[in-house]
Design a protein around this ligand. Structure first.
Ligand code: PGA
Length: 231
Protein backbone atom coordinates (compact mmCIF):
# COMPACT_ATOMS: atom_id res chain seq x y z
CA UNK A 1 0.00 0.00 0.00
CA UNK A 2 1.27 3.47 -0.84
CA UNK A 3 2.25 5.50 2.21
CA UNK A 4 0.36 8.75 2.74
CA UNK A 5 2.55 11.77 3.47
CA UNK A 6 0.34 14.68 4.48
CA UNK A 7 1.65 18.20 5.00
CA UNK A 8 -0.42 20.47 7.24
CA UNK A 9 0.38 24.19 7.04
CA UNK A 10 -1.97 25.00 9.95
CA UNK A 11 -2.46 28.81 10.10
CA UNK A 12 0.97 29.54 8.65
CA UNK A 13 1.80 31.34 5.39
CA UNK A 14 0.25 34.15 3.37
CA UNK A 15 -1.33 33.25 0.03
CA UNK A 16 1.87 34.30 -1.76
CA UNK A 17 4.06 32.26 0.59
CA UNK A 18 1.86 29.22 0.13
CA UNK A 19 2.08 29.55 -3.66
CA UNK A 20 5.84 29.84 -3.46
CA UNK A 21 5.89 26.70 -1.32
CA UNK A 22 3.94 24.83 -3.96
CA UNK A 23 6.17 25.99 -6.82
CA UNK A 24 9.33 25.02 -4.97
CA UNK A 25 7.95 21.70 -3.78
CA UNK A 26 6.74 20.69 -7.24
CA UNK A 27 10.09 21.60 -8.72
CA UNK A 28 11.96 19.58 -6.06
CA UNK A 29 9.94 16.42 -6.63
CA UNK A 30 9.62 16.76 -10.40
CA UNK A 31 12.27 14.14 -11.15
CA UNK A 32 11.33 11.79 -8.33
CA UNK A 33 9.53 8.51 -8.92
CA UNK A 34 6.62 8.98 -6.52
CA UNK A 35 4.75 5.79 -7.39
CA UNK A 36 5.31 4.29 -3.93
CA UNK A 37 3.93 7.28 -2.02
CA UNK A 38 0.79 9.36 -1.91
CA UNK A 39 1.53 13.01 -1.21
CA UNK A 40 -1.07 15.40 0.19
CA UNK A 41 -1.03 19.02 1.28
CA UNK A 42 -3.37 21.02 3.50
CA UNK A 43 -2.88 24.78 3.07
CA UNK A 44 -5.36 27.33 4.46
CA UNK A 45 -8.83 27.62 2.92
CA UNK A 46 -7.68 30.72 1.04
CA UNK A 47 -5.08 28.77 -0.91
CA UNK A 48 -7.24 25.81 -1.88
CA UNK A 49 -8.55 27.26 -5.13
CA UNK A 50 -5.17 28.29 -6.50
CA UNK A 51 -3.56 25.04 -5.35
CA UNK A 52 -6.33 23.11 -7.04
CA UNK A 53 -5.76 24.92 -10.34
CA UNK A 54 -1.97 24.60 -10.19
CA UNK A 55 -2.10 20.91 -9.32
CA UNK A 56 -4.49 20.23 -12.21
CA UNK A 57 -2.40 22.28 -14.64
CA UNK A 58 0.83 20.56 -13.64
CA UNK A 59 -0.98 17.19 -13.46
CA UNK A 60 1.07 16.18 -10.45
CA UNK A 61 0.09 13.46 -7.99
CA UNK A 62 -0.57 15.79 -5.07
CA UNK A 63 -3.81 15.34 -3.13
CA UNK A 64 -5.41 18.52 -1.92
CA UNK A 65 -6.68 18.47 1.65
CA UNK A 66 -8.69 20.82 3.82
CA UNK A 67 -7.55 21.38 7.42
CA UNK A 68 -11.12 21.67 8.64
CA UNK A 69 -14.75 21.82 7.52
CA UNK A 70 -18.00 22.95 9.00
CA UNK A 71 -19.95 20.44 11.07
CA UNK A 72 -23.05 21.74 9.25
CA UNK A 73 -24.20 21.53 5.65
CA UNK A 74 -24.78 24.58 3.41
CA UNK A 75 -27.12 27.05 5.06
CA UNK A 76 -27.32 29.82 7.61
CA UNK A 77 -24.06 29.24 9.43
CA UNK A 78 -22.23 32.56 9.14
CA UNK A 79 -18.49 32.28 8.81
CA UNK A 80 -18.42 28.51 8.44
CA UNK A 81 -16.91 26.76 5.40
CA UNK A 82 -19.27 23.99 4.37
CA UNK A 83 -18.51 21.10 2.06
CA UNK A 84 -20.76 22.89 -0.45
CA UNK A 85 -18.37 25.88 -0.38
CA UNK A 86 -15.52 23.50 -1.18
CA UNK A 87 -17.24 21.79 -4.11
CA UNK A 88 -15.24 21.70 -7.31
CA UNK A 89 -11.86 22.04 -5.63
CA UNK A 90 -11.01 18.35 -6.01
CA UNK A 91 -10.34 17.78 -2.35
CA UNK A 92 -9.35 14.25 -1.45
CA UNK A 93 -9.06 14.53 2.33
CA UNK A 94 -10.52 16.58 5.18
CA UNK A 95 -8.60 16.71 8.45
CA UNK A 96 -11.13 16.69 11.29
CA UNK A 97 -10.71 16.89 15.03
CA UNK A 98 -7.11 18.05 15.12
CA UNK A 99 -6.14 18.56 18.76
CA UNK A 100 -5.63 22.27 18.07
CA UNK A 101 -9.30 22.48 16.98
CA UNK A 102 -10.32 20.66 20.14
CA UNK A 103 -8.11 22.81 22.36
CA UNK A 104 -8.62 26.30 20.93
CA UNK A 105 -12.04 26.01 19.27
CA UNK A 106 -13.89 23.76 21.68
CA UNK A 107 -14.50 20.89 19.28
CA UNK A 108 -15.98 17.85 20.94
CA UNK A 109 -16.02 14.26 19.73
CA UNK A 110 -19.68 14.80 18.77
CA UNK A 111 -18.84 17.81 16.60
CA UNK A 112 -15.99 15.87 15.02
CA UNK A 113 -18.41 13.01 14.28
CA UNK A 114 -20.67 15.50 12.45
CA UNK A 115 -17.67 16.69 10.46
CA UNK A 116 -16.95 13.11 9.50
CA UNK A 117 -20.47 12.88 8.02
CA UNK A 118 -20.07 16.18 6.21
CA UNK A 119 -16.70 15.20 4.73
CA UNK A 120 -18.07 11.90 3.45
CA UNK A 121 -21.18 13.63 2.03
CA UNK A 122 -18.81 15.97 0.22
CA UNK A 123 -16.86 13.10 -1.30
CA UNK A 124 -13.79 13.49 0.93
CA UNK A 125 -12.07 10.98 3.15
CA UNK A 126 -12.00 12.26 6.74
CA UNK A 127 -8.66 12.08 8.52
CA UNK A 128 -9.80 11.86 12.13
CA UNK A 129 -7.11 13.02 14.55
CA UNK A 130 -7.13 11.68 18.07
CA UNK A 131 -5.15 11.20 21.23
CA UNK A 132 -5.52 8.26 23.61
CA UNK A 133 -7.57 10.04 26.31
CA UNK A 134 -10.60 10.41 24.02
CA UNK A 135 -9.88 7.67 21.49
CA UNK A 136 -12.77 5.39 22.56
CA UNK A 137 -15.17 8.30 22.93
CA UNK A 138 -14.33 9.62 19.45
CA UNK A 139 -14.70 6.29 17.72
CA UNK A 140 -17.98 5.59 19.54
CA UNK A 141 -19.35 8.98 18.41
CA UNK A 142 -18.87 8.15 14.73
CA UNK A 143 -21.68 6.28 12.97
CA UNK A 144 -20.76 2.64 12.71
CA UNK A 145 -21.15 2.42 8.95
CA UNK A 146 -18.86 5.43 8.44
CA UNK A 147 -15.90 4.12 10.42
CA UNK A 148 -14.46 2.13 7.52
CA UNK A 149 -14.51 5.29 5.39
CA UNK A 150 -12.26 7.15 7.84
CA UNK A 151 -8.53 7.35 8.21
CA UNK A 152 -7.43 7.67 11.83
CA UNK A 153 -4.39 9.68 12.87
CA UNK A 154 -2.81 9.25 16.27
CA UNK A 155 -1.51 12.63 17.31
CA UNK A 156 -0.30 12.67 20.91
CA UNK A 157 -0.47 16.21 22.26
CA UNK A 158 2.97 15.93 23.81
CA UNK A 159 4.51 15.21 20.41
CA UNK A 160 2.89 17.98 18.36
CA UNK A 161 5.28 20.78 17.52
CA UNK A 162 7.52 19.81 20.44
CA UNK A 163 10.33 17.91 18.77
CA UNK A 164 9.45 15.04 21.10
CA UNK A 165 8.17 12.46 18.64
CA UNK A 166 6.33 9.50 20.13
CA UNK A 167 7.83 6.11 20.79
CA UNK A 168 7.18 3.81 17.83
CA UNK A 169 6.14 0.91 20.08
CA UNK A 170 3.45 3.10 21.59
CA UNK A 171 2.24 4.16 18.15
CA UNK A 172 1.92 0.51 17.19
CA UNK A 173 -0.16 -0.23 20.30
CA UNK A 174 -2.50 2.68 19.56
CA UNK A 175 -2.88 1.43 15.99
CA UNK A 176 -3.96 -1.97 17.32
CA UNK A 177 -6.44 -0.37 19.71
CA UNK A 178 -7.98 1.70 16.94
CA UNK A 179 -8.25 -1.29 14.64
CA UNK A 180 -9.90 -3.36 17.36
CA UNK A 181 -12.56 -0.67 17.72
CA UNK A 182 -12.92 0.62 14.16
CA UNK A 183 -11.90 -2.30 11.95
CA UNK A 184 -9.17 -2.46 9.32
CA UNK A 185 -8.88 1.31 8.83
CA UNK A 186 -5.88 3.24 7.55
CA UNK A 187 -3.76 4.56 10.38
CA UNK A 188 -1.41 7.56 10.43
CA UNK A 189 0.92 9.04 13.01
CA UNK A 190 1.54 12.77 13.52
CA UNK A 191 3.80 14.65 15.93
CA UNK A 192 7.30 15.99 15.24
CA UNK A 193 7.80 13.80 12.18
CA UNK A 194 10.97 14.64 10.23
CA UNK A 195 12.93 13.15 7.32
CA UNK A 196 15.17 11.50 9.93
CA UNK A 197 12.47 9.65 11.86
CA UNK A 198 9.75 9.08 9.23
CA UNK A 199 10.88 5.62 8.14
CA UNK A 200 10.53 4.14 11.65
CA UNK A 201 6.89 5.23 11.78
CA UNK A 202 6.12 3.85 8.37
CA UNK A 203 7.01 0.38 9.68
CA UNK A 204 3.88 0.56 11.85
CA UNK A 205 1.70 3.16 10.05
CA UNK A 206 0.09 3.76 6.67
CA UNK A 207 1.40 7.29 6.60
CA UNK A 208 2.26 10.43 8.55
CA UNK A 209 0.92 13.91 9.18
CA UNK A 210 3.68 16.48 9.08
CA UNK A 211 3.36 20.00 10.49
CA UNK A 212 6.45 22.06 11.32
CA UNK A 213 8.89 20.02 9.24
CA UNK A 214 6.77 20.46 6.11
CA UNK A 215 6.57 24.26 6.23
CA UNK A 216 9.83 24.43 4.32
CA UNK A 217 9.16 22.92 0.87
CA UNK A 218 12.73 21.66 0.54
CA UNK A 219 12.48 19.81 3.85
CA UNK A 220 9.16 18.24 2.94
CA UNK A 221 10.56 17.26 -0.47
CA UNK A 222 13.47 15.65 1.37
CA UNK A 223 11.05 13.66 3.54
CA UNK A 224 9.09 12.55 0.48
CA UNK A 225 12.33 11.57 -1.27
CA UNK A 226 13.47 9.56 1.76
CA UNK A 227 10.24 7.57 1.75
CA UNK A 228 9.99 7.20 -2.04
CA UNK A 229 13.50 5.91 -2.35
CA UNK A 230 13.23 3.50 0.58
CA UNK A 231 9.94 1.79 -0.18
P1 PGA B 1 4.16 18.83 14.01
O1 PGA B 1 2.57 18.86 13.81
O2 PGA B 1 4.71 18.02 12.85
O3 PGA B 1 4.56 20.27 13.95
O4 PGA B 1 4.42 18.18 15.31
C1 PGA B 1 1.92 17.66 13.50
C2 PGA B 1 0.46 17.87 13.48
O5 PGA B 1 -0.07 18.66 14.27
O6 PGA B 1 -0.22 17.24 12.66
Amino acid sequence: MRKLLLSNFKSNKSITEANNWLDTFLEKISLLNTSSVEIAVAPSFLSLEEFSQKIAAASVPLQLTTQNISAYPAGSYTGAISVKNLEGLNLQYAIVGHSERRKYFGETSQIVAQKVEQAIDGGMTPVVCLDTEYLEEQIAAIELNLLEKCIFAYEPLSAIGSGKNADVGRVKKVSQRIKTLAGEVKFLYGGSVTAENVLEYLLVCDGVLVGSFSLDPSQFAQLVTTVATNS
